[in-house]
Design a protein around this ligand. Structure first.
Ligand code: COA
Length: 415
Protein backbone atom coordinates (compact mmCIF):
# COMPACT_ATOMS: atom_id res chain seq x y z
CA UNK A 1 0.00 0.00 0.00
CA UNK A 2 1.29 3.51 -0.82
CA UNK A 3 2.06 6.06 1.86
CA UNK A 4 0.68 9.57 2.31
CA UNK A 5 4.06 11.27 1.85
CA UNK A 6 5.49 8.94 -0.79
CA UNK A 7 7.88 10.89 -3.02
CA UNK A 8 8.61 13.61 -0.45
CA UNK A 9 12.32 13.86 0.31
CA UNK A 10 13.42 15.30 3.62
CA UNK A 11 16.94 16.51 4.29
CA UNK A 12 16.98 15.79 8.00
CA UNK A 13 19.52 18.02 9.69
CA UNK A 14 18.03 17.46 13.14
CA UNK A 15 19.50 16.19 16.36
CA UNK A 16 18.54 15.40 19.95
CA UNK A 17 14.74 15.19 20.37
CA UNK A 18 12.59 17.99 18.97
CA UNK A 19 13.65 17.86 15.32
CA UNK A 20 14.00 14.05 15.18
CA UNK A 21 10.46 13.67 16.55
CA UNK A 22 9.21 15.71 13.60
CA UNK A 23 11.19 13.90 10.92
CA UNK A 24 10.37 10.47 12.38
CA UNK A 25 6.67 11.28 11.97
CA UNK A 26 7.23 12.37 8.38
CA UNK A 27 9.12 9.12 7.74
CA UNK A 28 6.24 7.14 9.24
CA UNK A 29 3.91 8.87 6.80
CA UNK A 30 6.14 7.71 3.95
CA UNK A 31 8.66 10.49 3.34
CA UNK A 32 12.23 9.52 2.46
CA UNK A 33 14.09 11.01 5.43
CA UNK A 34 17.84 11.38 4.93
CA UNK A 35 19.50 12.19 8.22
CA UNK A 36 22.75 14.13 7.83
CA UNK A 37 25.24 13.56 10.63
CA UNK A 38 28.81 14.42 11.37
CA UNK A 39 31.20 11.56 10.45
CA UNK A 40 32.60 9.73 13.46
CA UNK A 41 30.24 11.45 15.88
CA UNK A 42 26.69 11.61 14.66
CA UNK A 43 23.67 12.80 16.60
CA UNK A 44 24.87 13.27 20.16
CA UNK A 45 22.01 11.14 21.49
CA UNK A 46 23.55 8.04 19.88
CA UNK A 47 25.85 7.94 22.88
CA UNK A 48 23.69 9.55 25.56
CA UNK A 49 22.04 7.45 28.32
CA UNK A 50 23.44 4.26 26.83
CA UNK A 51 22.26 1.01 28.40
CA UNK A 52 24.56 -1.20 26.26
CA UNK A 53 28.21 -0.20 25.68
CA UNK A 54 29.02 1.04 22.15
CA UNK A 55 25.47 0.51 20.91
CA UNK A 56 23.16 3.35 19.82
CA UNK A 57 21.13 4.41 22.84
CA UNK A 58 17.39 3.93 23.13
CA UNK A 59 17.21 7.73 23.23
CA UNK A 60 18.49 7.71 19.63
CA UNK A 61 16.80 4.61 18.28
CA UNK A 62 13.37 5.61 19.57
CA UNK A 63 13.49 8.97 17.74
CA UNK A 64 15.06 7.94 14.44
CA UNK A 65 13.11 5.02 13.02
CA UNK A 66 12.48 4.67 9.28
CA UNK A 67 15.28 7.11 8.38
CA UNK A 68 18.48 6.80 6.34
CA UNK A 69 21.76 8.10 7.74
CA UNK A 70 24.50 9.78 5.74
CA UNK A 71 27.63 11.35 7.16
CA UNK A 72 28.78 14.67 5.73
CA UNK A 73 31.19 17.20 7.22
CA UNK A 74 29.29 20.30 6.23
CA UNK A 75 32.19 22.54 7.23
CA UNK A 76 34.48 20.84 4.71
CA UNK A 77 34.28 22.57 1.27
CA UNK A 78 33.73 19.26 -0.54
CA UNK A 79 31.22 18.20 2.09
CA UNK A 80 29.37 21.47 1.46
CA UNK A 81 29.06 20.52 -2.21
CA UNK A 82 27.47 17.20 -1.24
CA UNK A 83 25.02 19.05 0.98
CA UNK A 84 24.23 21.41 -1.89
CA UNK A 85 23.43 18.44 -4.10
CA UNK A 86 21.10 17.14 -1.40
CA UNK A 87 19.40 20.52 -1.06
CA UNK A 88 18.74 20.47 -4.81
CA UNK A 89 17.24 17.01 -4.59
CA UNK A 90 15.09 17.37 -1.45
CA UNK A 91 11.76 19.05 -0.78
CA UNK A 92 12.26 20.00 2.84
CA UNK A 93 15.26 20.79 5.02
CA UNK A 94 14.51 20.34 8.70
CA UNK A 95 16.96 21.58 11.33
CA UNK A 96 17.10 22.35 15.01
CA UNK A 97 20.59 23.71 15.46
CA UNK A 98 21.37 26.56 17.78
CA UNK A 99 20.33 29.92 16.32
CA UNK A 100 22.60 30.99 13.47
CA UNK A 101 24.37 27.62 13.03
CA UNK A 102 22.95 26.99 9.55
CA UNK A 103 23.96 30.52 8.44
CA UNK A 104 27.46 30.02 9.85
CA UNK A 105 27.69 26.85 7.80
CA UNK A 106 27.01 29.00 4.72
CA UNK A 107 23.44 27.82 4.17
CA UNK A 108 21.43 30.99 4.62
CA UNK A 109 17.81 31.10 3.46
CA UNK A 110 18.95 33.16 0.46
CA UNK A 111 21.58 30.58 -0.50
CA UNK A 112 19.13 27.71 -0.11
CA UNK A 113 16.63 29.59 -2.27
CA UNK A 114 19.28 29.98 -4.98
CA UNK A 115 19.94 26.26 -4.89
CA UNK A 116 16.29 25.21 -4.75
CA UNK A 117 13.48 27.79 -4.80
CA UNK A 118 10.96 25.06 -3.95
CA UNK A 119 12.77 24.10 -0.76
CA UNK A 120 10.87 24.36 2.51
CA UNK A 121 13.22 25.16 5.38
CA UNK A 122 11.76 24.13 8.72
CA UNK A 123 13.37 25.00 12.03
CA UNK A 124 12.85 24.40 15.70
CA UNK A 125 14.32 27.13 17.86
CA UNK A 126 14.01 27.70 21.59
CA UNK A 127 12.45 31.13 21.22
CA UNK A 128 10.98 33.20 18.43
CA UNK A 129 12.28 36.70 17.65
CA UNK A 130 12.76 38.70 20.85
CA UNK A 131 15.07 38.97 23.84
CA UNK A 132 15.96 35.28 24.01
CA UNK A 133 16.16 34.44 20.32
CA UNK A 134 19.87 33.61 20.47
CA UNK A 135 19.59 31.20 23.41
CA UNK A 136 20.19 27.47 23.23
CA UNK A 137 17.21 25.69 24.68
CA UNK A 138 16.42 22.23 26.01
CA UNK A 139 13.12 20.64 27.03
CA UNK A 140 12.83 21.90 30.59
CA UNK A 141 13.87 25.43 29.69
CA UNK A 142 10.96 25.50 27.26
CA UNK A 143 8.56 24.07 29.83
CA UNK A 144 9.61 26.84 32.21
CA UNK A 145 9.49 29.66 29.64
CA UNK A 146 6.26 28.48 28.04
CA UNK A 147 4.12 28.55 31.19
CA UNK A 148 3.99 24.83 31.93
CA UNK A 149 6.22 24.78 35.01
CA UNK A 150 4.59 27.72 36.78
CA UNK A 151 1.19 26.06 36.42
CA UNK A 152 2.21 22.49 37.26
CA UNK A 153 2.56 21.08 40.77
CA UNK A 154 0.91 21.77 44.08
CA UNK A 155 0.24 25.21 45.45
CA UNK A 156 2.52 24.72 48.45
CA UNK A 157 5.43 23.37 46.41
CA UNK A 158 7.85 24.65 43.76
CA UNK A 159 7.12 24.72 40.01
CA UNK A 160 7.30 21.25 38.45
CA UNK A 161 8.16 20.11 34.92
CA UNK A 162 6.10 17.37 33.32
CA UNK A 163 7.33 13.94 32.25
CA UNK A 164 5.61 14.56 28.92
CA UNK A 165 8.20 16.14 26.63
CA UNK A 166 5.97 18.93 25.50
CA UNK A 167 8.91 21.23 24.76
CA UNK A 168 10.82 18.86 22.52
CA UNK A 169 8.40 16.29 21.14
CA UNK A 170 5.50 18.75 21.39
CA UNK A 171 7.34 21.30 19.26
CA UNK A 172 8.39 18.57 16.84
CA UNK A 173 4.71 17.82 16.31
CA UNK A 174 3.97 21.47 15.68
CA UNK A 175 6.80 21.61 13.16
CA UNK A 176 5.55 18.53 11.32
CA UNK A 177 2.17 20.17 10.86
CA UNK A 178 3.89 23.33 9.59
CA UNK A 179 5.84 21.28 7.06
CA UNK A 180 2.92 19.40 5.57
CA UNK A 181 0.97 22.67 5.45
CA UNK A 182 3.83 24.35 3.58
CA UNK A 183 4.02 21.38 1.21
CA UNK A 184 0.30 21.78 0.58
CA UNK A 185 0.64 25.49 -0.13
CA UNK A 186 3.58 24.79 -2.45
CA UNK A 187 1.24 22.82 -4.69
CA UNK A 188 -0.44 26.08 -5.70
CA UNK A 189 2.40 28.61 -5.30
CA UNK A 190 5.28 26.48 -6.54
CA UNK A 191 7.44 28.16 -3.89
CA UNK A 192 9.13 26.99 -0.76
CA UNK A 193 8.93 28.92 2.49
CA UNK A 194 10.39 28.99 5.98
CA UNK A 195 8.59 27.24 8.81
CA UNK A 196 9.49 28.14 12.38
CA UNK A 197 8.27 26.39 15.51
CA UNK A 198 9.65 27.97 18.66
CA UNK A 199 9.63 25.74 21.72
CA UNK A 200 8.31 28.50 23.99
CA UNK A 201 5.40 29.03 21.59
CA UNK A 202 4.71 25.30 21.30
CA UNK A 203 4.59 24.84 25.08
CA UNK A 204 2.41 27.92 25.48
CA UNK A 205 0.04 26.59 22.82
CA UNK A 206 -0.34 23.44 24.89
CA UNK A 207 -0.86 25.59 28.01
CA UNK A 208 -3.47 27.85 26.49
CA UNK A 209 -6.09 26.95 29.11
CA UNK A 210 -3.81 28.55 31.68
CA UNK A 211 -3.75 31.84 29.76
CA UNK A 212 -7.53 31.53 29.70
CA UNK A 213 -7.44 31.19 33.49
CA UNK A 214 -5.04 34.11 33.88
CA UNK A 215 -7.62 36.39 32.27
CA UNK A 216 -10.49 34.91 34.26
CA UNK A 217 -8.48 35.51 37.42
CA UNK A 218 -7.79 39.11 36.49
CA UNK A 219 -11.49 39.71 35.87
CA UNK A 220 -13.02 37.88 38.82
CA UNK A 221 -10.20 37.47 41.36
CA UNK A 222 -11.15 33.85 41.96
CA UNK A 223 -11.37 30.51 40.15
CA UNK A 224 -13.87 28.32 41.83
CA UNK A 225 -12.69 25.05 40.32
CA UNK A 226 -9.17 25.53 41.69
CA UNK A 227 -8.27 23.85 45.01
CA UNK A 228 -7.46 27.30 46.46
CA UNK A 229 -11.22 27.95 46.53
CA UNK A 230 -12.85 28.65 48.98
CA UNK A 231 -10.31 28.69 51.81
CA UNK A 232 -7.05 29.69 50.11
CA UNK A 233 -6.03 32.94 48.50
CA UNK A 234 -5.35 33.86 44.91
CA UNK A 235 -2.44 36.08 43.87
CA UNK A 236 -1.86 37.93 40.62
CA UNK A 237 -0.89 34.92 38.51
CA UNK A 238 -2.59 31.59 37.82
CA UNK A 239 -1.59 29.32 40.71
CA UNK A 240 -0.60 25.68 40.53
CA UNK A 241 -3.73 23.58 40.80
CA UNK A 242 -2.41 20.17 41.84
CA UNK A 243 -4.47 17.55 40.08
CA UNK A 244 -7.56 19.65 39.55
CA UNK A 245 -9.03 19.18 36.10
CA UNK A 246 -8.31 21.89 33.55
CA UNK A 247 -11.91 21.98 32.40
CA UNK A 248 -15.29 22.66 33.91
CA UNK A 249 -15.74 19.20 35.46
CA UNK A 250 -13.95 18.85 38.83
CA UNK A 251 -11.51 15.96 39.07
CA UNK A 252 -8.78 14.68 41.38
CA UNK A 253 -6.39 11.76 41.79
CA UNK A 254 -7.56 9.33 44.45
CA UNK A 255 -5.94 6.42 46.23
CA UNK A 256 -6.93 2.90 45.33
CA UNK A 257 -6.44 -0.44 47.06
CA UNK A 258 -2.75 -1.14 47.49
CA UNK A 259 -1.61 2.50 47.43
CA UNK A 260 0.57 1.96 50.51
CA UNK A 261 2.97 -0.25 48.53
CA UNK A 262 2.30 0.63 44.89
CA UNK A 263 3.13 4.25 43.92
CA UNK A 264 0.71 4.02 41.01
CA UNK A 265 -2.34 2.55 42.76
CA UNK A 266 -4.38 5.67 42.03
CA UNK A 267 -7.24 6.67 39.78
CA UNK A 268 -8.27 9.98 38.25
CA UNK A 269 -11.89 10.56 39.13
CA UNK A 270 -14.11 13.18 37.50
CA UNK A 271 -17.32 14.26 39.21
CA UNK A 272 -19.06 14.99 35.96
CA UNK A 273 -22.36 16.75 36.65
CA UNK A 274 -24.71 14.60 34.52
CA UNK A 275 -23.65 11.42 36.36
CA UNK A 276 -23.67 12.88 39.87
CA UNK A 277 -26.58 10.71 41.01
CA UNK A 278 -24.77 7.59 39.78
CA UNK A 279 -21.61 8.61 41.63
CA UNK A 280 -23.65 9.03 44.83
CA UNK A 281 -25.13 5.55 44.36
CA UNK A 282 -21.78 3.89 43.68
CA UNK A 283 -20.08 5.36 46.75
CA UNK A 284 -23.10 4.74 48.98
CA UNK A 285 -24.03 8.39 49.55
CA UNK A 286 -27.45 8.29 47.85
CA UNK A 287 -28.69 11.20 49.95
CA UNK A 288 -26.17 13.57 48.26
CA UNK A 289 -28.06 13.23 44.98
CA UNK A 290 -30.98 15.30 46.34
CA UNK A 291 -29.43 17.20 49.25
CA UNK A 292 -29.32 20.87 48.10
CA UNK A 293 -25.85 21.17 49.73
CA UNK A 294 -24.50 18.62 47.22
CA UNK A 295 -27.02 18.25 44.42
CA UNK A 296 -25.75 20.99 42.05
CA UNK A 297 -22.28 21.68 40.67
CA UNK A 298 -22.31 25.17 42.22
CA UNK A 299 -23.22 23.77 45.65
CA UNK A 300 -20.47 21.17 45.38
CA UNK A 301 -17.63 23.54 44.42
CA UNK A 302 -16.79 24.74 47.96
CA UNK A 303 -17.08 21.13 49.20
CA UNK A 304 -14.88 19.39 46.66
CA UNK A 305 -12.23 18.38 49.20
CA UNK A 306 -14.82 16.69 51.39
CA UNK A 307 -16.51 15.08 48.39
CA UNK A 308 -13.28 13.66 46.97
CA UNK A 309 -12.31 12.39 50.44
CA UNK A 310 -15.60 10.51 50.57
CA UNK A 311 -15.16 9.09 47.06
CA UNK A 312 -11.63 8.07 48.02
CA UNK A 313 -12.96 6.07 50.94
CA UNK A 314 -14.72 4.03 48.24
CA UNK A 315 -11.86 3.87 45.71
CA UNK A 316 -9.50 2.66 48.45
CA UNK A 317 -11.58 -0.50 48.69
CA UNK A 318 -10.96 -1.32 45.00
CA UNK A 319 -7.92 -1.74 42.79
CA UNK A 320 -7.69 0.93 40.09
CA UNK A 321 -8.81 -1.63 37.51
CA UNK A 322 -11.78 -2.79 39.60
CA UNK A 323 -12.79 0.84 40.13
CA UNK A 324 -12.49 1.49 36.38
CA UNK A 325 -14.73 -1.43 35.57
CA UNK A 326 -17.44 -0.40 38.00
CA UNK A 327 -17.33 3.32 37.17
CA UNK A 328 -17.33 2.81 33.41
CA UNK A 329 -20.56 0.83 33.69
CA UNK A 330 -22.18 4.07 34.82
CA UNK A 331 -20.32 6.33 32.35
CA UNK A 332 -18.46 7.97 35.22
CA UNK A 333 -15.28 9.40 33.64
CA UNK A 334 -12.12 8.08 35.29
CA UNK A 335 -8.64 6.90 34.38
CA UNK A 336 -6.18 4.54 36.05
CA UNK A 337 -2.72 5.92 36.77
CA UNK A 338 -0.78 3.52 34.57
CA UNK A 339 2.90 2.93 35.17
CA UNK A 340 5.29 2.71 32.22
CA UNK A 341 5.61 -1.00 33.01
CA UNK A 342 1.87 -1.48 32.72
CA UNK A 343 1.74 0.52 29.49
CA UNK A 344 4.64 -1.46 28.01
CA UNK A 345 2.81 -4.71 28.75
CA UNK A 346 -0.66 -3.59 27.62
CA UNK A 347 -1.79 -5.95 24.81
CA UNK A 348 -4.20 -3.50 23.19
CA UNK A 349 -1.41 -0.95 22.65
CA UNK A 350 0.69 -3.64 21.01
CA UNK A 351 -2.22 -4.58 18.79
CA UNK A 352 -2.75 -1.06 17.47
CA UNK A 353 0.95 -0.47 16.85
CA UNK A 354 1.17 2.25 19.48
CA UNK A 355 3.77 0.14 21.28
CA UNK A 356 5.99 -1.71 18.83
CA UNK A 357 8.78 -4.22 19.24
CA UNK A 358 11.68 -3.42 16.92
CA UNK A 359 14.74 -5.53 16.16
CA UNK A 360 18.11 -3.79 15.97
CA UNK A 361 21.24 -5.52 14.65
CA UNK A 362 23.39 -4.45 17.59
CA UNK A 363 20.98 -4.11 20.50
CA UNK A 364 18.46 -6.81 19.65
CA UNK A 365 14.76 -6.36 20.40
CA UNK A 366 13.43 -3.29 22.14
CA UNK A 367 10.13 -1.50 22.56
CA UNK A 368 9.26 1.84 21.09
CA UNK A 369 6.25 4.10 20.75
CA UNK A 370 4.89 3.72 17.24
CA UNK A 371 3.02 6.31 15.23
CA UNK A 372 0.26 7.70 17.45
CA UNK A 373 -1.56 9.04 14.38
CA UNK A 374 -3.29 6.31 12.40
CA UNK A 375 -4.18 6.86 8.74
CA UNK A 376 -6.42 4.23 7.20
CA UNK A 377 -4.81 4.58 3.76
CA UNK A 378 -1.25 5.04 4.96
CA UNK A 379 -0.40 2.46 7.62
CA UNK A 380 2.88 2.81 9.50
CA UNK A 381 5.48 0.06 9.64
CA UNK A 382 8.15 0.96 12.13
CA UNK A 383 11.63 0.00 10.95
CA UNK A 384 14.82 0.32 12.97
CA UNK A 385 16.94 3.44 13.20
CA UNK A 386 19.98 3.58 10.90
CA UNK A 387 23.54 2.99 12.04
CA UNK A 388 25.75 6.04 11.69
CA UNK A 389 26.42 6.60 7.99
CA UNK A 390 24.74 3.35 7.01
CA UNK A 391 23.31 4.87 3.85
CA UNK A 392 26.09 7.26 2.85
CA UNK A 393 27.12 5.33 -0.24
CA UNK A 394 23.55 4.56 -1.26
CA UNK A 395 22.47 8.21 -1.07
CA UNK A 396 25.68 9.47 -2.72
CA UNK A 397 25.08 7.08 -5.61
CA UNK A 398 21.53 8.44 -5.94
CA UNK A 399 23.06 11.92 -6.14
CA UNK A 400 25.18 10.71 -9.07
CA UNK A 401 28.52 10.17 -7.33
CA UNK A 402 30.64 7.28 -8.59
CA UNK A 403 32.32 4.80 -6.27
CA UNK A 404 35.71 6.45 -6.98
CA UNK A 405 34.36 9.87 -6.10
CA UNK A 406 32.83 8.53 -2.91
CA UNK A 407 36.18 6.98 -1.88
CA UNK A 408 37.99 10.23 -2.64
CA UNK A 409 35.52 12.21 -0.52
CA UNK A 410 36.03 9.74 2.31
CA UNK A 411 39.78 10.17 2.12
CA UNK A 412 39.32 13.95 2.15
CA UNK A 413 37.20 13.63 5.30
CA UNK A 414 34.20 15.23 3.60
CA UNK A 415 31.83 12.34 4.25
N1 COA B 1 29.22 18.71 9.90
C1 COA B 1 29.89 19.73 10.46
N2 COA B 1 29.40 20.49 11.45
C2 COA B 1 28.19 20.18 11.91
C3 COA B 1 27.41 19.14 11.37
C4 COA B 1 27.97 18.39 10.34
N3 COA B 1 27.31 17.39 9.76
N4 COA B 1 26.25 19.09 12.03
C5 COA B 1 26.27 20.07 12.95
N5 COA B 1 27.44 20.73 12.88
C6 COA B 1 27.88 21.85 13.70
C7 COA B 1 26.99 23.05 13.56
O1 COA B 1 27.30 23.75 12.40
C8 COA B 1 27.35 23.81 14.85
O2 COA B 1 28.56 24.49 14.64
P1 COA B 1 28.83 26.03 15.08
O3 COA B 1 28.43 26.15 16.48
O4 COA B 1 30.30 26.19 14.85
O5 COA B 1 28.01 26.90 14.21
C9 COA B 1 27.64 22.69 15.82
O6 COA B 1 27.78 21.50 15.05
C10 COA B 1 26.62 22.31 16.88
O7 COA B 1 25.41 22.89 16.76
P2 COA B 1 24.52 23.26 18.03
O8 COA B 1 23.14 23.26 17.56
O9 COA B 1 25.04 24.54 18.64
O10 COA B 1 24.73 22.04 19.07
P3 COA B 1 24.83 22.05 20.67
O11 COA B 1 24.98 20.64 21.06
O12 COA B 1 25.85 23.01 21.18
O13 COA B 1 23.39 22.60 21.15
C11 COA B 1 20.98 22.54 21.34
C12 COA B 1 22.29 21.76 21.22
C13 COA B 1 19.84 21.56 21.27
C14 COA B 1 20.95 23.30 22.69
C15 COA B 1 20.89 23.55 20.17
O14 COA B 1 21.06 22.86 18.96
C16 COA B 1 19.58 24.32 20.15
O15 COA B 1 19.35 25.24 20.94
N6 COA B 1 18.71 23.96 19.19
C17 COA B 1 17.44 24.64 18.97
C18 COA B 1 16.43 24.30 20.02
C19 COA B 1 16.20 22.82 20.14
O16 COA B 1 15.87 22.15 19.21
N7 COA B 1 16.32 22.37 21.37
C20 COA B 1 15.88 21.05 21.75
C21 COA B 1 16.73 19.97 21.38
S1 COA B 1 15.89 18.50 21.74
Amino acid sequence: MGKALDGVRILDFTHVQSGPTCTQLLAWFGADVIKVERAGAGDITREQLRDIPDVDSLYFTMLNHNKRSVTIDTKNPEGKLVLEALIQKCDVLVENFAPGALDRMGFTWERIQELNPKMIVASVKGFGPGPYEDCKVYENVAQCAGGAASTTGFDDGPPVVSGAQIGDSGTGLHLALGIVTALFQRVSTGRGQRVLAAMQDGVLNLCRVKLRDQQRLERTGVMKEYPQYPNGTFGEAVPRAGNASGGGQPGWILKCKGWEADPNAYIYFITQAPVWAKICNVIGKEEWATDPEYATPAARLPRLKEIFAEIERWTMTKTKFEAMEILNKYDIPCGPILSMKEIAEEPSLRKTGTIVEVDHPLRGKYLTVGNPIKLSDSPTEVTRSPLLGEHTEEVMAELGYSLEQISALRVAGAI
